[in-house]
Design a protein around this ligand. Structure first.
Ligand code: FNR
Length: 370
C-alpha cells in the first residue's frame, strides 16, 4: 500500500536506526561516525537538551511566518542543508538529488568541496535554487582559485570556509572499517574534474588513481593557515564569506575584523575535536560577541523542530541540517530529503505556535527556561 502511509518516520531521530537496518553499517558508519569516543557528539545533544522551552499562552498564533532573510536573500525558513561530502556513499543519486530536494523547498543547499558530483552538475540540477559553496581550503592556491571561479560561474552565491578540518580527526569508526571515503577515491569527483587539480598530477587519473588520491589527500587542507590568509579569499570571492567551525567568541570577533559576513557555530557534528564543547554551549557567547555585525548560523545536533527553536532562541539567525538529510537521502533518495526538510519545518512551525510565537525573529533567550 502506498499513498497516505508515510515511507519514512515522522520522528527524524529514528532515521539513523532505520538507515542502519536498510543500508548496512558501512554507509551509516560514515555518516554516524564521530571523533574519538563520541563525547562531543553526545555533548551536542546534551547542550540542546539542557535547554527547555517555556511556552506562552493566548498570544494569537493563528498566522505564522517562517520567512528569514540571510545574505540579502529571502528564504522560506531559517534553514539550509549543511555541506556533507561524498553523498554517493549514501545513494547513487547523491548530491544532485539532495540539492533538488532543497531547491524544491526553497531551502539553500551548501555543496561540499568533497562532493562526489562535480559542482557544475549540482548547479544544473538545482535550476535557480539558492546554492552556497563550502570550501576545503586547499594548500594549492591555484586549486582554491579554480574552485572559487567554478563556483561563481555555477551560481553559488555565498562561500562557506570550513576551518575546523585542517587535518582529519581520529575517527575510529572510519578507521576500524577501513572506510575512509577519500582514500577509497570515491569522494573526489569535484577535484578530479578540476583543471588546476589535474594540472598538478604527473599522470592522468585513470593511469594512476592512487597517486591522484594521494595528491588529493596532501592538498585538500592546510594546517599552516592563519587569520591573515583570509585576505586571499576576500580578494578572490566577491560574495558573502562565512567561516564554519567557530566556537570561541574571540574567533568570531576575528572573523568580523577580517571582513567576513558570517560564522557557523559548529563542531562539525562532533567529528573533529573530541572532548570539545557542545556547539549549543558555544552559541550564546558567539552571538553576543558578533550577532550585531555578522550572520550567525548554527549546526551540530539539530534533529527536531524544537532544536531549531532553541538554536534561534540562543542567538542563531538560522540553522544548518546535517546527518538527518543524509539518512533521508540514503533511505529514499530525493523524496527522503524532501521528507526530512518538510518534517523538520512542520515541527518547528508547530513548536513556534504552541509556544506562543509567530516568527523566528521573535525568539530570544526569554523563550527558554533559566
Ligand atoms: C560532514 N560535515 C562536513 N562539513 C563540511 O564543511 N564539509 C564537508 O564535506 C562535510 N562532510 C560531512 C560528512 C558527513 C558524513 C557528516 C556527518 C558531516 C559537517 C556538516 O557540515 C555539519 O557541520 C554536521 O553534520 C553537523 O552535525 P550534525 O547535526 O549532522 O550532527
Amino acid at each position: 500500500m502506498t499513498g497516505a502511509v508515510p515511507r519514512l518516520p515522522a520522528d527524524l531521530t529514528r532515521l539513523e536506526q532505520l538507515a542502519e537496518q536498510r543500508l548496512g553499517p558501512g554507509p551509516v558508519g560514515y555518516v554516524a561516525g564521530s571523533a574519538g569516543n563520541g563525547s562531543t557528539e553526545r555533548a551536542n545533544r546534551a547542550a540542546l537538551d539542557a535547554h527547555r522551552i517555556v511556552p506562552r499562552m493566548l498570544r494569537d498564533v493563528s498566522s505564522r511566518d517562517l520567512r528569514t532573510e540571510l545574505f540579502g536573500r529571502n528564504l522560506p525558513a531559517p534553514l539550509a542543508l549543511a555541506p556533507v561530502g561524498v553523498l554517493s556513499i549514501m545513494h547513487p543519486d547523491a548530491e544532485p538529488a539532495a540539492a533538488r530536494a532543497a531547491a524544491g523547498e526553497g531551502v539553500p543547499f551548501v555543496l561540499s568541496s568533497a562532493s562526489s558530483t562535480p559542482m557544475e552538475q549540482v548547479a544544473e540540477a538545482m535550476g535557480d535554487g539558492e546554492r552556497w559553496f563550502q570550501l576545503y581550503w586547499a594548500k594549492d592556491r591555484e586549486v582554491t582559485r579554480s574552485f572559487l571561479t567554478r563556483a561563481k560561474a555555477s551560481g553559488f552565491t555565498a562561500l562557506f570556509v570550513t576551518l575546523d578540518t585542517p587535518l582529519l580527526a581520529w575517527r575510529p569508526r572510519d578507521l576500524d572499517q577501513a572506510y575512509l571515503p577519500f582514500l577509497h577515491g570515491v569522494g573526489t569527483a569535484n577535484y578530479f574534474t578540476d583543471p588546476a587539480f589535474l594540472a598538478g598530477l604527473a599522470k592522468p587519473v585513470h593511469e594512476d588513481p592512487n597517486a591522484a588520491v594521494l595528491h588529493f589527500v596532501g592538498m585538500f587542507a592546510d594546517p599552516g593557515k592563519t587569520w591573515p590568509d583570509l585576505a586571499f579569499l576576500r580578494e578572490n570571492w566577491d560574495g558573502p564569506i562565512v567561516l564554519k567551525g567557530i566556537l570561541h567568541p574571540d574567533d568570531a570577533r576575528l572573523a568580523a575584523e577580517a571582513g567576513m559576513d558570517g560564522v557557523v557555530v559548529s563542531n562539525h557534528g562532533g567529528r573533529q575535536v573530541n572532548g570539545s564543547i557542545g556547539a549549543a554551549e558555544a552559541l550564546p557567547a558567539v552571538a553576543a560577541a558578533v550577532g550585531d555585525r555578522l550572520t550567525v548560523l548554527f549546526d551540530s545536533g539539530i534533529r527536531t523542530g524544537d532544536d531549531v527553536f532553541k538554536a534561534l532562541a540562543l542567538g542563531a539567525d538560522a540553522v544548518l541540517l546535517g546527518r538527518p538529510y543524509a539518512y533521508g537521502l540514503g533511505l529514499d533518495g530525493q523524496a527522503g530529503v524532501t521528507h526530512v526538510i518538510r518534517s523538520l519545518l512542520a515541527e518547528f512551525d508547530l513548536t513556534l505556535a504552541l509556544s506562543g510565537h509567530r516568527t523566528p525573529g521573535a525568539l530570544d533567550a526569554s523563550a527558554l527556561a533559566g
